[in-house]
Design a protein around this ligand. Structure first.
Ligand code: F6R
Length: 622
């Protein structure tokens, strides 16, 4: 939530060199998925601080800058906002400026003690011009800078007073060439360029300029200039930041000819699954997970797994539960991270907590990870983002290799999270002796065949697009599934809600008769995810009956079924075919038509697929 960019580099060379302002606007364009309620920039040029900010999308700020340009500069910061305190207005947009107009701040997160700090400042005569919590930081920093004479010292002093989770960046007319950043429980990474340094909420902010980055720790301050990035603690002690190299480039974060990032990311799914599987077995075919830094003895002893995650990532965990329990015979609980912490979960040294997060920054998951570790549990992160908080704070990390996911709605991350969790399940089964080596190898072979199966579904997507255009005016859509089809139904409904703003519900098909069937009315579209008839026969037959039950009550059934499964024909108004795959692999193919459907309904309704209303990628507040 909220995208933050900072730049300190060489003084611009000529008219064509937009300098820091151009770098920051380019970074904001790439970070806009993190929040798009408003955007703003601040630059330091010729001993002055200048700002521009606008409510609405970044495009409005860019238009405003065309009318009233800011000078090219060597020092700049920029912000794209997802509003927490105060409506998305020009006044509440960041940057916020100190009383004397010489220092500007941008901020991501929530300053929890802002009301106390604001009252204190108001008692000293400070007049506030916005409803944000951020403005207190601007005034405190302005005063601290005037008193201490050093921007880094001022940021450290103010950070020691702030409570909550925050990333802040500050620039001052009195510290040209320097940007100071600080983080507590909120993301901030440093880009190391050739004679320039960058700050960003994530590496997308500077990927066009460098792939060399530094991962900051908790409660650290970084001062960047063209030539250096100096890291300290909030107390001013020297601190180390871990260097890493980003494993994707700027082209990976472009649309590449697709109408939406989501469309591109849906089409990248075969690759995301394949890359997540790469290099996971040794010459004998045994599964190896190099990143698994948790002691084997601890993993052998584990008597319970708890998956913590939110939204789509939680549904990936829900899918994984079926496989991991089946393969490893360990009970798996799947818990929404924000609920987990508050229910006093039973955690022991034998509990393995698996935290799934694409961004690695979801605050609810960060807090769940901390809670689990405090209680003595081991935590494994399943994550897609290097340099992010969740893997850093976990005992070990298993990376998905989906590449950058820019569209707010998660797609390729979901498939790669399921893949990574399956690898984890197989690894545990191998380690604990629940499966023989040849059984593990066979499941791995099935997994390795999945990229082609997903590609087959994508090749058939035109039928889904047509159906979506036909159903775009529906008032409500229901999704039914059993077993691994149940979380797929939940995911299909979530995609439709968030992208097309349509009422959509996913149900366990068996639950239907316990209430939800009352929702079914004439013409009601109901997606039914049918398991393979080659798996457990009773499971297949029961879902087919559920489709018949809703159809008998007037529903229009859209059945997702395996090639050759003719038993569904009598209960389907529309059949969407997926290739035959083993039951546990089915979510990797059955979810794809649902993703395409939601994207196409939203497109038909003229909505912004990549940036749906009220949402933001990477939910960094609780
Ligand atoms: C839905 C979606 C969200 C995320 C959730 C967790 O399409 O994208 O539900 O899955 O906010 O995000 P991460 O995986 O970054 O922790």
């Amino acid at each position: 939530m909220c995208g933050i960019v900072g730049y300190a580099g060489p003084v611009p060379g000529g008219e064509a060199d937009g300098g820091g302002l151009a770098v920051v606007l380019e970074g904001l364009r790439r970070l806009e998925y993190r929040g798009y309620d408003s955007a703003g920039v601040a630059v330091v040029a010729d001993g002055q601080l200048l700002t521009a900010k606008r409510a609405g999308r970044l495009a409005r700020l860019v238009e405003a800058l065309e009318v009233a340009p800011l000078p090219a500069t060597a020092t700049a910061i920029g912000h794209t906002r997802w509003a927490t305190h105060g409506a998305p207005t020009d006044a509440n947009a960041h940057p916020h400026v100190s009383e004397d107009g010489r220092l500007a701040v941008i901020h991501n997160g929530i300053i929890e003690n802002y009301a106390v700090l604001k009252a204190e400042l108001q008692a000293q005569g400070v007049v506030f011009t916005s409803q944000t919590d951020t403005e207190v930081a601007a005034h405190l920093l302005g005063r601290a800078h005037a008193e201490l004479g050093d921007l880094g010292e001022a940021v450290r002093a103010v950070c020691r007073r702030l409570e909550g989770a925050f990333t802040i960046l500050a620039v001052s007319a009195d510290a040209p060439g320097t940007v100071v950043g600080a983080r507590r429980s909120s993301p901030l990474v440093v880009g190391v360029g050739d004679g320039a340094h960058y700050l960003g909420s994530d590496v997308a902010a500077f990927i066009a300029h460098t792939r060399d980055a530094l991962e900051l720790g908790q409660d650290q301050v970084v001062e960047i200039t063209a030539g250096a990035a100096v890291v300290t603690t909030f107390e001013g002690e020297p601190a180390l930041a871990r260097p890493f190299t980003v494993d994707w480039d700027a082209a990976a974060a472009e649309k590449g000819g697709h109408p939406w990032f989501m469309d591109k990311e849906i089409h990248e799914q075969p690759r995301a699954v394949a890359d997540t599987l790469l290099g996971r077995s040794d010459a004998s075919g045994a599964l190896v997970l190099d990143e698994m830094k948790i002691d084997e003895a601890v993993l052998r002893r584990a008597d319970k797994i708890i998956v913590v995650a939110c939204g789509t990532a939680a549904y990936a965990g829900h899918v994984a539960k079926y496989a991991v329990e089946h393969w490893c015979r360990i009970p798996v609980e799947v818990e929404l991270a924000h609920e987990f912490r508050y229910r006093d979960p039973i955690l022991t040294e034998r509990t393995l907590v698996v935290a799934i997060s694409q961004s690695g920054e979801t605050m609810d998951v960060v807090m769940a990870v901390r809670h689990a570790r405090e209680q003595g549990a081991k935590v494994l992160a399943v994550c897609n983002t290097q340099g992010s908080t969740i893997p850093r704070e976990s005992d070990a990390a298993l990376y998905t290799h989906a590449g950058p996911e820019v569209a707010v709605a998660s797609t390729k991350a979901f498939l790669s999270q399921i893949t990574a969790c399956y690898l984890l399940g197989l690894y545990l089964a191998q380690l604990r002796g629940n499966m023989f080596a040849d059984e593990v190898r066979e499941v791995l072979r099935h997994l390795q065949a999945m990229p082609d199966a997903v590609q087959t579904v994508l090749d058939r997507a035109e039928d889904v697009r047509k159906l979506a255009r036909e159903l775009a005016d529906s008032r409500s859509v229901l999704f039914l599934g059993r077993h691994v089809g149940y979380p797929v139904a939940l995911e299909g409904a979530l995609k439709l809600k968030e992208l097309a703003y349509l009422h959509a519900e996913g149900f366990a098909a068996g639950e239907l008769k316990h209430g939800p069937i009352a929702l079914v009315e004439e013409g009601q579209p109901v997606f039914v995810i049918v398991p393979s008839p080659h798996g457990r026969d009773s499971l297949h037959a029961k879902v087919v009956s559920n489709a018949q039950e809703v159809r008998a009550r007037g529903a229009r059934t859209i059945v997702i079924a395996e090639d050759g499964d003719d038993a569904v024909l009598g209960s389907a108004d529309v059949v969407l075919r997926v290739p035959r795959v083993p039951t546990l692999m089915a979510p990797l193919v059955t979810v794809v038509p649902l993703q395409v459907f939601a994207m196409e309904v939203a497109t038909a309704k003229g909505l912004d697929v990549d940036q749906p209303r009220n949402l933001a990628k990477s939910v960094t507040v609780e």
